[in-house]
Design a protein around this ligand. Structure first.
Ligand SMILES: *Cc1c(COP(=O)(O)O)cnc(C)c1O
Length: 224
């Protein structure tokens, strides 16, 4: 078995010299594994469960940037606010409004990504491309006071069909650009396309990803 630091070195060697952020997805892995990655220079980690994240934070260095990447239940929002560098998985307008309200209450600005659903699987959360475009065109973001929408996050279909995977990533990038390049919207700092996981991150980068979320290739298989 290769070490976490060897895995990180190998993965970094496959990333472009700049422009792509690596989120090390540490869900279901213990603090020791995260520390090993930290020792190899990794500072951005991804977690998908609020309780697990809140337990890990006090055990680990405080210059870690935590990205929340899982489905966020509305009853957990208050606990999470103030503890993340970014919530990547905003999958409904209701959740967005709640994040904004709780961020105002806590006196913080929360950075978020809007989660797009383009994959075949029906169980995944997120906005359809049309829903997200409608949200921006109807200027649904204007009333937000304490939330900064930084871009989009999405997953490709879980399939060996490489053409399908590329089509999904291209669709995520298309929706991103339809929003980011629309000058009438006047968005600032809308610059992040988070897509690509262990098995498909190279295709995602080809399709314009700026943030890849890699777990298994760094930490090995998860013990659920
Ligand atoms: C678990 C997870 C990942 C990492 O997946 P790997 O296949 O282990 O790289 C990436 N993104 C999201 C949203 C996840 O839940």
């Amino acid at each position: 078995m290769t070490s976490v630091s060897d895995n990180l070195t190998r993965i970094r060697s496959t990333l472009p010299a700049e422009g792509v952020t690596l989120v090390a997805v540490s869900k279901f892995h213990p603090a020791e594994a995260i520390l090993e990655a930290y020792g190899a220079g990794q500072r951005v980690f991804g977690e998908s469960r609020v309780q697990e994240l809140l337990e890990k934070i006090p055990q680990l260095p405080d210059d870690i940037s935590w990205h929340f990447i899982g489905h966020l239940q509305t009853n957990k929002v208050r606990q999470l606010i103030g503890h993340t560098a970014m919530i990547e998985s905003v999958d409904s307008e209701r959740l967005l409004r709640l994040i904004d309200r709780e961020s105002a209450r806590a006196g913080v600005v929360t950075r978020v990504l809007m989660q797009l659903h383009v994959a075949q699987e029906e169980t995944k959360f997120g906005f359809t491309p049309d829903e997200l475009l409608d949200f921006f065109r109807s200027r649904g973001f204007e009333s937000l006071t304490n939330t900064h929408i930084c871009g989009v996050m999405g997953m490709a279909s879980n399939t060996d069909d490489e053409a399908r995977v590329r089509a999904d990533f291209a669709e995520i990038a298309r929706v991103f650009h339809a929003i980011a390049d629309d000058e009438a919207l006047g968005l600032r700092g809308f610059d992040t396309i988070s897509m690509g996981m262990s098995h498909d991150y190279l295709q995602a980068i080809d399709c314009g990803s700026t943030t890849v979320r890699i777990g298994t290739d760094i930490f090995g298989n998860r013990q659920y």
